[in-house]
Design a protein around this ligand. Structure first.
Ligand code: ATP
Length: 269
């Protein structure tokens, strides 16, 4: 749905009155209108959509997981604005969608690197959405931790073994298929990791990753246990990307052994 002019005008008025440092468009908007209208040139403008492009500093494009609730979307937007050096803690920005205009002050920032925002792979985004829901909801009243390893399946399987008969064998279940969400959430309660192809097919679950952190030179925040060492290590040993959810609700994304995202949707940022 496109953002209509009265809301754009309201957003501009609010941004000026509140001393906002950026304007963020959560729904479709004409890029021409934004670039031609002088009034908008007072602010860095951020478009949320399917593409990522930050070369044009006046009009930055950001792809973040879809279907998140507004609070989570704004958390990612805040992290992006801080990562880009556009805002600091305490600064505020105006966001506008086809239905709402609002003001958001950047609180304690979640950690997200540029590498996280520049990957717009839909499989990764989908798994983050599922991890956000699992983090907030848990399963049957209990917190759930899990691990998704995406891509480079052949090499991932070389560094792993099955802890139980593969429940996904013979089934073609893809994480991009909306119906797969409940199945994934159910199997997330199993020990071990999901192995997922780069196109989203679940190859296996209940997989133990054989990762010896010695010599891998992983740079992890202190205090993380074996799930996270495996999550980071497998991305150093292979070309896979991993998404871990800890029982405490924190979601982390790793690539090449480096943490790209650390985010707990249970906390307000
Ligand atoms: N090498 C591994 N491969 C796959 N899964 C693993 C591996 N190591 C641990 N896990 C999974 O992680 C679970 C939690 O392990 P542990 O508490 O040591 O990890 P953690 O990093 O502290 O995670 P959390 O923050 O959720 O507690 C295990 O029960 C197991 O299901």
């Amino acid at each position: 749905m496109a953002i209509e002019k009265p809301l754009m005008d309201a957003a501009l008025t609010l941004a000026r009155a509140a001393g906002a440092k950026a304007m963020v468009f959560l729904d479709e908007v004409s890029e021409e209108t934004l670039l031609q209208n002088r009034e908008f040139s007072e602010f860095p403008l951020v478009l949320i959509g399917p593409t990522f492009d930050v070369k044009n500093r006046r009009l930055l494009k950001l792809s973040i997981p879809r279907n998140l609730n507004l609070g989570s979307i704004l958390n990612f937007v805040s992290a992006f604005l801080v990562e880009q050096g556009l805002l600091r803690e305490g600064d505020s920005y105006v966001y506008v969608s086809s239905e709402v205009v609002g003001l958001r002050r950047v609180k304690k920032n979640l950690f997200a690197s540029n590498g996280f925002f520049s990957q717009s792979q839909s499989v990764i985004q989908r798994l983050i959405e599922i991890a956000v829901e699992l983090s907030i909801e848990g399963r049957e009243g209990y917190p759930v931790g899990t691990l998704f390893v995406v891509g480079d399946v052949k090499n991932v399987l070389k560094h792993s073994h099955s802890m139980l008969p593969n429940p996904f064998k013979g089934h073609r279940i893809n994480v991009l298929d909306r119906n797969s969400k409940e199945i994934i959430k159910e199997f997330a309660q199993l020990d071990g990791a999901f192995v997922i192809s780069s196109r989203g097919r679940i190859v296996s679950a209940g997989v133990y990753l054989e990762v010896d952190p010695k010599g891998l030179d992983l740079m992890l925040p202190p205090g993380l246990g074996t799930r996270h060492i495996a999550a980071a290590g497998i991305t150093k040993l292979t070309k896979a990307t991993s998404i871990s959810l800890s029982e405490s609700g924190t979601i982390r994304v790793f690539k090449k052994g480096v943490m790209l995202l650390e985010y707990n949707p249970r906390l307000k940022y």
